[in-house]
Design a binder for this molecule. Structure first.
Ligand code: 5AD
Ligand code: SF4
Length: 444
């Protein structure tokens, strides 16, 4: 077979996990001799790495696929592929009439992409959506696409077996499996040597990370400790934690290492016990509050963020008020907030009615967003006058004279530059704030 070299553009939608996957795909394709390009205009193959979590995420991808189709009408040498969760959910349907893509690859089949490309070249449409119980892409060193050279993601596990009633992920990403810790630590070391200063360990439920091999048992607390020991100059973040598995053991490790960031993302979804039960979240409001108290006791300067769903099946006004009440009790620094979107195949779609009118979902979501704005602003105001260590990430969009970076609490800080390079640390005193950003000046 003669060598096939293609220019490939990968566009990514959805979560951090998907961005990390695109970097794995990029690496597999580069190793096979292809070139990764950063614009669709240069490409002869366009891959869209997709998200199925809510209907609007899928609609956005469909719109983009239609745009790419018209590009292909002008130049029929261009091939179009769908990767990720929509590939897994919709399978062959994506190669048919309406969308008519040339290649469909689910989250566990990226190693077969080079072979699939050969097939596509011969005019054959190709689909591989087999899910695996082992694949973790463990030895693949991802290419860093669109990176700032400072922050990078490392995927530590794949899949999810929690089966929350609303969620499609266990169906699109398959069984939970953990990656060999040695390969994770090596990837982190390599990144540090290349100048990266912040890594985020990624998984659907990082607290249930488990590597059991003869005498080498590593849980998440141990893994994060191993990564934190690489260098005090390397910041470690992690996402996402499930409240049912957040252990005091982990909180103790965070306390012990100042380079593990003081920022925990703990999705609550709802503040109502009856909704949490319908959602099959496996914890109660009281359990969740106990975990928040533990975080605040062990790590008083920790920021806490969350995910919230408005208008889940059967949600009453009282249950919605319970969510607002819990938000105030926690005082979240930040939240990702969504309207419930029914996903085919999930427990909720089979057993419950999606009976909250869209107007009511919107109204409740708006109330949640408004409250979060107030909470974020209050939290930022409390930072005025304090000094934070900030990792510099780049030049501010507003002014060439200003740089920006993040605190350990994951808050963005803008400050007048003294031309220190990206990737270095500066101490910044906070002078003022908006709900989204802190402003400060460097302290010498
Ligand atoms: N509808 C709305 N939001 C959802 N999420 C997951 N599934 C759904 C759904 N069907 C949200 C949850 C999760 C985040 C990644 O997306 O809040 O934590
Ligand atoms: Fe990521 Fe979930 Fe979307 Fe899949 S469905 S891309 S796992 S957010």
């Amino acid at each position: 077979m003669s060598k096939l070299i293609k220019k490939i553009y990968i566009e990514t939608y959805g979560c951090q996990m998907n961005f990390s996957d695109s970097e794995i795909v990029g690496s597999i394709l580069q190793k096979a001799g292809h070139e990764i390009v950063l614009s669709e205009k240069e490409a002869d193959i366009i891959f869209v790495n997709t998200c199925s979590i809510r209907d609007n995420a899928e609609q956005r991808v469909f719109k983009r696929l239609r745009e790419f189709r018209s590009l292909r009408k002008k130049n029929n040498a261009i091939k179009l592929g769908v990767l990720g969760c929509m590939a897994e959910r919709l399978k062959e349907a994506l190669t048919e009439q309406n969308i008519a893509v040339d290649l469909v690859a689910g989250p566990d089949s990226y190693r077969s992409l080079p072979d699939m490309l050969y097939q596509v070249e011969t005019g054959v449409k190709t689909v591989n959506v087999l899910l695996s119980e082992e694949e973790t892409y463990e030895e693949i060193d991802p290419v860093r696409l669109g990176s700032n050279g400072v922050s990078a993601f490392i995927s530590i596990m794949r899949g999810c077996e929690n089966f929350c009633a609303y969620c499609v992920v266990p169906y699109t990403r398959g069984k939970e499996r953990s990656r060999n810790p040695e390969t994770i630590v090596n990837e982190a070391k390599n990144l540090f040597e290349k100048g990266y200063r912040e890594i985020t360990l990624l998984g659907q439920n990082v607290n249930s990370y488990a590597w059991n091999e003869s005498e080498n048992n590593v849980n998440f607390s141990r893994l994060i400790e191993l990564v934190a020991q690489i260098s005090p100059l390397l910041r470690i973040r992690f996402a996402t934690s499930h409240p049912k598995d957040l252990s005091n053991d982990l909180l103790e490790i965070i306390c012990k290492y100042p380079n593990i960031c003081r920022s925990i993302h703990l999705p609550v979804q709802s503040g109502s016990n009856t909704v949490l039960e319908r959602m099959k979240r496996k914890y109660t409001r009281e359990w969740y509050k106990d975990r928040i108290t533990a975080i605040k006791t062990y790590i008083p300067d920790c920021s806490i963020s969350t995910d919230i769903i408005a208008g889940f099946c059967g949600e009453t006004e009282e249950e919605h008020q319970d969510t607002l009440d819990l938000m105030k009790w926690v005082g979240y620094e930040y939240a990702f907030m969504f309207k419930y979107s029914e996903r085919e195949g999930t427990f909720a779609s089979k057993k419950y009615l999606d009976d909250i009118l869209d107007d009511i979902k919107s109204k409740r979501l708006e109330e949640i967003i408004q409250l979060q704005q107030t909470l974020s602003k209050q939290s930022n105001q409390k930072d005025i006058g304090k000094i934070f260590e900030v990792l510099i990430e780049g030049i501010s969009k507003r002014s060439e004279d200003q740089q920006f970076g993040r605190t350990s609490q994951n808050k963005v800080v803008v400050f007048n530059s003294n031309n220190q390079p990206v990737g270095s640390y500066v101490n910044v005193k906070i002078i003022s704030c908006t709900p989204a950003t802190l402003k400060g000046e460097i302290i010498h």
